[in-house]
Design a protein. Structure first.
Length: 59
């Protein structure tokens, strides 16, 4: 959940920087937010698949 929290923080920084006119900072924080979110999504899916397959082995 920490990775998702950092992705949301970067998204918030991107939105605030974009509203204040700092387009370079907004673009950088937006890209970082996307990367962190997709890394979180991949890790979540891997753990979910492993949990489902372990559940089938137990039952």
């Amino acid at each position: 959940m920490t990775l998702l929290k950092w992705a949301l923080i970067c998204l918030l920084i991107s939105l605030v920087a974009g509203a204040l006119g700092f387009t370079g900072v907004a673009r950088g924080a937006g890209q970082l937010s996307k990367i962190l979110f997709f890394v979180f999504l991949v890790i979540f899916l891997v753990i979910l698949i492993m949990a489902i397959s372990a559940g089938q082995l137990i039952f």
